[in-house]
Design a protein around this ligand. Structure first.
Ligand code: PMP
Length: 287
């Protein structure tokens, strides 16, 4: 396995970052998680758009042009001979001094890691996950604008810790007003009477690439989709619930906080959307 580190390819053992890197000291940086299917980078443009938008928003100068970044991704995949896997693209503010001033960081660092992905077993896609809501809240609006995919993931990590304590794979985070926001690293959808709902991102959710792909699919397949805020009550009484994310794809939820969702397994619309999503990943990529 080789890792892209500022234009060079180094082994895992030699892929090291300075203790003065502000990504490490302050979470000052951004990242993307991207899938490789059949050697193709899925939704490459969308991920790079989100990356460059996040960079602009936090005034982080990415030292590579868009085209150079795409070429770096492709080369990293090729050097690792990766057909199906996961790319972690990190741009940190780079090494500076102990002060938080980004002016002291002369150059951002770009890191690309490709790895095999440990995802949910296929059984989980049929039977659905058990999930819980957690007390950790997504506070909005604040500097951690959900549109910026920054290295500040403490909020999400606290959700994951609560998920771990409850013995579940993914949990549901509300915002400070009590509206359902998202999971620790997935967007959420519910279905009621054949209408598909997902919270608008202003509620406190990342503008997920998989979320956008599912919204497009709903349109294509003729499902009514509504982007409106909803509460835990709506989740409990939904016919179907599912999470979306680059790693998880489209995964059904069969139980939330002890309430059985619908029939207690992946529902028909969720299953249909997962099937169509998996067709999409074969055709929609950069080679
Ligand atoms: N929300 C959060 C907080 C995430 O970290 C992720 C994973 N990137 C998602 C949602 C899902 O987004 P995507 O479909 O772009 O992976």
């Amino acid at each position: 396995q080789v890792i892209y580190l500022n234009g060079e390819f180094v082994t895992k053992e030699n892929a090291k970052v300075s203790v003065y890197d502000h990504g490490f000291l302050y979470g000052d940086g951004i990242f993307e998680g991207i899938r490789i299917y059949n050697g193709n980078i899925f939704k490459c443009k969308e991920h790079l758009n989100r990356l460059y938008d996040s960079a602009k928003s936090i005034m982080l100068d990415i030292p590579l042009s868009y085209e150079e970044m795409e070429a770096a991704l492709v080369e990293t995949i090729q050097r690792n001979d990766m057909q199906d896997g996961y790319i972690r693209l990190v741009v940190s503010r780079g090494p500076g001094n102990l002060g938080l001033d980004p002016k002291r960081c002369p150059s951002a660092w770009v890191i690309i890691i490709v790895e095999q992905l440990a995802i949910y077993p296929e059984e989980a896609y049929k039977n659905g996950l058990i999930s819980v809501s957690v007390s950790q809240r997504r506070n909005i609006p604040d500097a951690l604008n959900p549109k910026i995919k920054s290295l500040n993931y403490l909020n999400n990590i606290l959700v994951k810790i609560q998920a771990n304590l409850a013995g579940v794979g993914e949990a549901i985070m509300l915002n400070s007003q009590g509206y359902v926001a998202e999971g620790s690293s997935d967007n959420i959808f519910i279905i009621k009477n054949d209408v598909v709902y997902t919270p608008p991102c202003y509620v406190g959710a990342l503008e997920g690439i998989t979320r956008a792909a599912i919204m497009e699919l709903c349109d294509k397949l003729g499902y009514t989709l509504k982007e409106i805020p909803f509460t835990l009550h709506d989740v409990y009484v939904a016919d179907e619930v599912f999470f979306t994310g680059t790693a998880a794809e489209v995964i059904a939820v069969r139980e939330v906080d002890g309430r059985t969702i619908g029939t207690g397994k992946a529902g028909p619309i969720t299953t249909h959307l997962l099937e169509e999503f998996r067709k999409l990943v074969d055709i929609d990529g950069v080679q």
